[in-house]
Design a protein around this ligand. Structure first.
Ligand code: CTP
Length: 404
């Protein structure tokens, strides 16, 4: 199912160069399953035409409260009564000022004031010059708008259309889409601090080589994102992977299993849930050579000695906080066969209340997966799906367990 299926959004454009990005945003919102009613201020029409937005949204764009097509002549009321949210993107400094003061002198500001506040949330994606953004008047107005119930989706930073560099750029359309999707997720983990490990580890043999595995980190990153969407504080300890950090997630990059253990222990005291998704290397070379190991001409490979890595999950599961129930530990099992039997045995061996089994070769690097949730009593299958959907199901399952 698409992430915004069944949602009806009022996408409101106010004046700013970032209006050109609203076209892409509209496309992304509709592709995610939302119906989008576009409303534009007079200033927005200076930057992009309603024709473009109509073509993308497939609905006539509203620009005036005096629109004679509205049978009751009340466009500002009608627009929000069936809406699931109003999204202002780009949201200008002037529009934030209007919101703060309850002004209602054009259709965008009217509909924001006239929306039923308890049913129709208001989300803002501001866009303006960095000096305008930093101005105390803007910050004061924004604080007031947020105190009145608006949600700030975030602010971008970097090079601006005017050539200056700083805060005030509109978030990219994909970032806004992700924030809107996150907004609608059930807030099942508010007040929880979730610590997630993800990806492989890399155990150095010498400065240019090492041993690792095929884990891509996608499942762990999806879990971190789903936990954040559910309202938790999230720390993600990631092995060497090239994946973007999910919005709002605190990320700590590590290389080896020993690094990962250290990073996890540093965060564990604050955590209430630990999800050990990482494919931690079981062994490491006893001693990494300081210089590249060269061929010696004998035709014989070097004799490498391996030692076992610390078991991060077991270490945490045996910690006093886990033992007294303050830290809920969830393990993963990457198996190649006999998933149920191996997952059940591994859950007991690791001493965790919940273990998530998956077939490693069938999922490493893929965008989808199938999970088997094993606890002391039952096993529940989560059938093959994309990793983010599975991660959301897993988070809902964990939320239920820790609230019980
Ligand atoms: N794990 C860990 N530290 C390790 C090895 C594994 O924290 N040194 C965690 C993994 O993150 C996962 C769980 O233990 O949550 C099981 O990992 P897996 O690789 O499936 O199993 P192993 O413990 O390595 O056992 P085996 O290789 O015998 O299947």
């Amino acid at each position: 199912m698409k992430d915004l299926a069944g949602k009806h959004l009022v996408l409101t454009l106010t004046g700013g160069v970032a209006c050109y990005k609203a076209a892409e945003l509209c496309r992304l919102l509709t592709k995610a399953g939302a119906t989008v009613q576009v409303v534009m201020s007079a200033a927005a029409e200076q930057f992009i035409t309603p024709v473009t937005m109509q073509a993308l949204s497939q609905l006539a764009v509203r620009t005036s409260q005096w629109d004679a097509q509205e049978p009751n002549a009340m466009a500002h009321i009608n627009l929000t009564r069936a809406a699931d949210a109003v999204l202002v993107a780009p949201c200008s400094a002037d529009f934030i000022a209007k919101l703060a003061h309850g002004q209602a002198d054009d259709l965008p500001s009217l509909l924001c004031l006239a929306r039923p506040m308890d049913k129709v949330p208001l989300m803002l994606a501001p866009a303006m010059n960095r000096e305008m953004w930093a101005h105390p008047a803007t910050q004061r107005n924004l604080a007031q708008a947020l105190a009145d119930g608006a949600t700030l989706l975030g602010i971008g930073s970097g090079e601006q259309a005017c050539g200056e560099v700083g805060d005030g750029r509109m978030l990219e359309p994909q970032q806004i889409l992700d924030a809107v999707i996150a907004f609608f997720q059930p807030k099942l983990l508010v007040g929880q601090h979730v610590l997630v490990t993800a990806g492989p580890t890399y155990e150095a043999i010498d400065p240019v080589r090492g041993i690792t595995n095929l884990s891509s980190g996608k499942m762990g990153f999806a879990i971190a994102r789903a936990a954040r969407e559910a309202g938790a504080e999230v720390t993600l300890v990631a092995g060497p992977v090239h994946l973007p950090t999910p919005p709002g997630v605190h990320r700590v990059d590590v290389t080896s299993a020993s690094n990962m253990l250290q990073a996890v222990m540093a965060q564990a005291q604050a955590a209430t849930v630990f999800i050990s998704t990482a494919a931690v290397a079981d062994w490491r070379p006893e001693q990494a050579a300081e210089q590249k190991i060269k061929k010696d001409g004998s035709g014989q490979p070097p004799a490498l000695r391996f030692v076992e890595n610390p078991d991060i999950l077991t270490t945490l599961a045996q910690s006093p906080r886990a033992q007294c129930g303050a830290l809920f530990c969830v393990g993963f099992a990457a198996e190649s066969h006999d998933l149920l039997a191996n997952a059940q045995a591994k859950r007991q061996r690791k001493g965790v209340p919940l273990l998530v089994g998956n077939i490693g070769p069938a999922t490493f690097g893929q965008d989808d997966n199938a999970l088997l949730l094993v606890d002391a009593h039952v096993a529940r299958e989560l059938p093959r799906n994309d990793k983010l959907s599975l991660a959301r199901e897993l988070i809902a399952d964990i939320a239920l367990r820790i609230s019980a």
